[in-house]
Design a protein around this ligand. Structure first.
Ligand code: IMP
Length: 198
């Protein structure tokens, strides 16, 4: 029987990528908006805490198993910022463009070798709202921050994230290439592996 799962996110970029990554699995993944579940406040100080808060909220309110992704960009020259605050880097209602502008301004004087960065993704699966042993998976993607946005694909910081192996930005990669190498793709592969073992 196809398993219905709720995805604890309203971020269109994440919902699209997780949908693509789970295509072909025996799962029907429904965004939490389908259940009118509001976004919960992300009060944790780590990605894993925030992912658990989101998954627990979605599982409790939907009565279904839930997947949550808490992710963000760590920039070495900014001592790991914006990290868990990536979505709100330029302020509480910041758009992706606002966040990218702030990132470029903060790194304006940084030379090439000090522009190293990585995306982190913490993916959590909770069978129900009181699941005491959630499945927790992590994925990391290494790159560098460009000096201007490049490309139209993806979302968030993708236009500024240079992928050395492909010699282009994450926003210049076709979706299937990004999904095969991204922090989110790696975390979700780990999750599928864990689910298939019981
Ligand atoms: P969250 O909803 O608190 O997990 O926020 C995640 C934020 O991290 C997003 O709003 C983006 O700014 C950034 N982010 C996470 N994953 C990606 C990605 O794959 N590409 C670009 N930005 C990302």
């Amino acid at each position: 029987m196809t398993q219905r799962i709720v995805l604890a996110s309203n971020n269109q970029g994440k919902v699209r990528e997780i949908g693509q990554l789970l295509a072909g699995q025996d799962m029907e993944v429904l965004p939490q908006s389908a259940f009118d579940i509001p976004e919960i406040e992300e009060t944790g100080l780590t990605f894993v805490e925030n992912a658990i808060l989101k998954a627990r909220n979605a599982a409790a309110l939907s009565g279904l198993p839930a997947i949550a992704d808490d992710s963000g960009l760590e920039v070495d020259a900014l001592k790991g910022a914006p990290g868990i605050y990536s979505a709100r880097f330029a302020g509480p209602n910041a758009t992706d463009a606002d966040n990218n502008r702030k990132m470029l301004a903060e790194l304006e004087k940084m030379p090439e070798k000090e522009r190293t960065a990585r995306f982190q993704c913490l993916m959590v699966y909770m069978r129900h709202g009181k699941d005491p042993v959630p499945i927790i998976c992590q994925g990391t993607w290494e790159g560098r921050i460009l000096r201007e946005p490049q490309g139209e694909n993806g979302f968030g910081y993708d236009p500024l994230f240079f992928v050395p192996e492909k010699n282009c930005s994450a926003a210049e990669l076709p979706a299937e290439v990004k999904n095969a190498m991204s922090h989110r793709g790696k975390a979700l592969q780990c999750l599928l592996q864990a689910l298939s073992h019981g």
